[in-house]
Ligand binder design. Structure first.
Ligand SMILES: [Zn+2]
Length: 151
């Protein structure tokens, strides 16, 4: 373990989502996120981020079906308008297209979902800790400025 996990100092959400889509730890980008096709490791091997506690539940399949269905139906309607196929061929071709798309998309979408959950967990922790020390200093400086303007 080259660095220890801390919820402060997480990268920006788009970077975390890209790392998750690539199957890497959203926090450090070094450790792998998956053990097998979809099982998330308990902790990142590189930074110990608790990836296994981020419960994606039904979000990845939901998003995958949403995308796959829209693309498949769009292609189906276009193909039918351009060159109508026999029904049996249409059913086989689009079932295969939908199945392949879902299998290809599900893992990166799960990675991105875990990245979003990790980011939200980090933000919740920051809010639990109260305002940032710099914010208090800024408030004190603003109060001082208001008092000096009045006096
Ligand atoms: Zn990591």
């Amino acid at each position: 373990m080259d660095e220890q996990w801390s919820r402060g100092g997480l990268p920006a959400l788009p970077e975390m989502m890209l790392r998750g889509a690539a199957g890497r730890c959203p926090a450090c980008g070094h450790g792998g996120m998956f053990r097998g096709y979809l099982r998330v490791v308990g902790r990142c091997a590189a930074c110990t981020a608790p990836l296994g506690t981020m419960r994606a539940d039904d979000a990845p399949p939901y998003i995958t079906i949403l995308i796959t269905a829209h693309v498949t139906v769009g292609v189906l309607l276009l193909a039918d308008r351009q060159a109508p196929l026999p029904v049996w061929l249409t059913v086989i071709a689009f079932a295969a297209l939908a199945g392949i798309m879902a299998l290809v998309l599900l893992r990166p979408i799960k990675g991105m979902t875990v990245a979003v959950l990790l980011r939200l967990a980090g933000q919740a922790d920051e809010q639990d800790r109260g305002p940032h020390p710099d914010a208090a200093r800024d408030d004190a400086a603003a109060d001082h400025q208001v008092q000096s303007e009045r006096g």
